[in-house]
Design a protein. Structure first.
Lengths: 184, 182
């Protein structure tokens, strides 16, 4: 039982949606899918590998059908790099209106700031994973990003140094290092 | 977008929830996890759900039947990955999902995939940090980053001639394996 594999954490939570949220959330989520500026701050935070929100209107009944869920639930699953406390605090400070947009229609939502109440609400609605796994558990999202940038740049570097002499190589290597130092 | 996300909710046979939970918690973790044998998979989880609305007694809803949530991020497309999942999990797929209702078994590949997809829930809002990077690209990137860091430390430990620098780079970064750099 663990919500952690190496440096990667899992969060699984579900909150009951108020009636107005059943109208609002699809609109908000649809806008976030269409307009990148809404999710851009999430990308800038750079500690989320993958996250998804799902409105659950019905669940399997065990007889081959689905039974309605009243009220519907908003299921959130995330894979991220920091412990839950800093994760919530960072979100609350950096993305307060996004947080309100996503969670305010949940029953019992206490507001984002101060974060104590929100933290408690998340803990009350979270499930602990019974099994969790990540393919590259020691690489943070920033390290993943850095590795991809380095791989890209090295392809160009190796093409550029194919035809130069050793002095030319040393010069290209210096340039490479200057460009990549923040990723090392 | 290369990376895809999947979430399934499968109904647990009544009375078997505790056994399933025990089975899941006994699975080896980390490199020994059964998911480690499933190619093209980035992350995966199994979570037993018995209630919704846990923190709010007035709205606490017991799920009947209880549900097994499975979700994963993987390199698409979906159908071949489901076959990878069946083959890669091996007996663990049977061991876990056989606690769920109407489980068809893993013998017929199509029945397994169809059963899983019957229980899929579609995400309202997905978000991926690196949606276009395959697992192999990410793992290769991590190896290259480490090799370049090791080489950089070596290169700056003492004065290297351009020829030494080139030879060191070719051995340490371009090579298939990082040699011992003195």
């Amino acid at each position: 039982m663990s919500d952690q594999d190496g440096r990667v954490y899992a969060l699984t939570m579900a909150t009951a949606i108020k009636p107005w949220g059943q109208l609002w959330l699809p609109l908000f989520c649809n806008a976030a899918r269409r307009f990148e500026f809404i999710t851009a701050p999430l990308r800038r935070l750079a500690f989320i590998r993958a996250a998804h929100w799902t409105i659950i209107h019905a669940v399997p009944d065990g007889k081959g059908g689905w039974q309605p869920l009243r009220p519907p639930q908003f299921l959130f699953e995330s894979n991220y790099d920091v412990d839950l406390g800093p994760y919530i605090d960072t979100f609350a400070q950096a993305l307060p209106w996004h947080m309100r947009g996503v969670w305010a229609s949940g029953y019992g939502y206490p507001g984002v700031i101060p974060t104590d109440g929100f933290h408690r609400w998340v803990n009350e609605h979270r499930f602990t994973a019974d099994h969790y796994w990540c393919a590259y558990p020691e690489a943070t999202a920033k390290m993943v990003e850095a590795g991809l940038k380095i791989a890209d740049r090295l392809r160009d570097f190796e093409a550029a140094v194919k035809t130069v002499d050793d002095e030319g190589f040393a010069l290209e290597y210096d340039r490479l290092l200057i460009e990549l130092q923040r990723y090392l | 977008m290369t990376v895809e996300l999947l979430t399934l909710l499968t109904p647990i046979v009544p009375g078997r929830t505790a056994d399933l939970r025990q089975t899941l918690r006994r699975l080896p973790t980390g490199n020994e996890s059964p998911f480690a044998g499933v190619p093209r998979t980035h992350t995966a989880r199994w979570v037993v759900l018995e209630h919704f609305g846990m923190g709010d007694p007035a709205r606490r809803r017991r799920l009947d039947p209880a549900l097994l949530l499975f979700s994963a991020a993987f390199d698409g497309p979906l159908e071949p990955w489901l076959e990878d999942l069946r083959a890669g999990l091996g007996p663990t797929a049977e061991e876990v999902w056989s606690y769920c209702s109407r489980w068809p078994g893993t013998a017929g590949g199509t029945a397994f995939a169809n059963w899983l997809l019957e229980h899929r829930v579609h995400h309202t809002l997905p978000f991926l940090g690196n949606p276009d990077a395959t697992r192999t690209q990410i793992e290769d990137g991590q190896q290259l980053r480490q090799k370049l860091m090791d080489f950089t430390v070596w290169a700056h430990r003492e004065q290297r001639s351009p020829a030494e620098l080139r030879k060191g780079y070719e051995q340490a970064v371009s090579g298939a394996e990082v040699p011992e750099l003195s």
